[in-house]
Design a protein around this ligand. Sequence first.
Ligand SMILES: NC(=O)c1ccc[n+]([C@@H]2O[C@H](COP(=O)([O-])OP(=O)(O)OC[C@H]3O[C@@H](n4cnc5c(N)ncnc54)[C@H](OP(=O)(O)O)[C@@H]3O)[C@@H](O)[C@H]2O)c1
Length: 307
Amino acid sequence: MKAIRVAQYGQAEGLTLQERPALAPKKGEVLIDVAGSGVNPIDWKILSGAMQAFIPLELPYTPGVEVAGRVAAVGEGVDSFAIGDEVFGFIGIVGGYATQVIASADRLAHRPGRLSPLEASGVPAAALTAWQALHEHAQIKAGQTILIHGAAGGVGSMAVQMAKVVGATVFATASARNHDYLKSLGADQVIDYTQNRFEAVIDEVDVVLDLVGGDTQSRSWDVLKAGGVLVSPVSPPDAARAAEVDATGKHFATRSDGAQLAQIATLFEGGDLMIDVEVLPLSQAEGALRKSWGRHIRGKLVLDASR
Ligand SMILES: NC(=O)c1ccc[n+]([C@@H]2O[C@H](COP(=O)([O-])OP(=O)(O)OC[C@H]3O[C@@H](n4cnc5c(N)ncnc54)[C@H](OP(=O)(O)O)[C@@H]3O)[C@@H](O)[C@H]2O)c1
């Protein structure tokens, strides 16, 4: 098998596909022949070295948190998947940019037939993040209003669609080039954050999903109703500001959960969710990381493991 290897933090140059030893699944694990690997901001955040204190890794390592592919072998005690099954999953914090990976069976789900393997490879991390933000942390309900910052990216594009499934009214921020895309996903109103301050354009909302952080997050308190919730997987909201406006701020890290991913898969099967992917060869992982680092991906960027 082959994998992209990072020898040094901060060094995005010279990431190449290298031959690696064969993998064998242990108890509870699955070996996957990878079709595609999703690219996520966490990949370049880890590569930058900024997360060393929270996520200590042994170097060299292989980036990548999610894959889709076919089961090549199963370890002892795995009865939910069999050789030949098409699966996808958020496999862990690293390891995904490879032609084969090992994953714990409880992190996987069967790939929805409506998605190609490459499309499916971009789903797990973004969809689980959006799902947990909306349902576990914001507990969004029909008839509520939500403002989604960074709506055109991986998590945002999932969150817009999931909020519409619930029956919420969705306000979204994005640059003008992404407005038609977000309308096609169901957003009720899209605000061009490069031209307008969102707080000047919308009324108070029940929920803010912050996928941008910084000043965007701090200004969001001004549009939150009393009793509202600001959820951010990017950075912890200011508790003092939350108290001032009688709202709640929540920060969370996404949990890998195969059963929840299976629930999300049924929404793709039913046509309630879709994903837009841009595909690059796995051998061009370095360029893909740089592109993601630029912070203007629409939908998801994924790596084709066959190239
Ligand atoms: N803690 C966790 O477990 C966890 C899990 C998942 C994600 N996250 C974090 O959540 C964030 C979003 O993740 P992602 O995968 O969705 O990222 P992404 O796909 O890279 O997001 C890119 C999108 O951000 C938009 N954007 C950039 N600056 C913006 C701004 N100032 N206002 C509004 N939109 C802006 C861009 O739209 P335009 O091109 O139109 O500007 C682009 O579509 C990242 O910081 C990621 O690390 C954390």
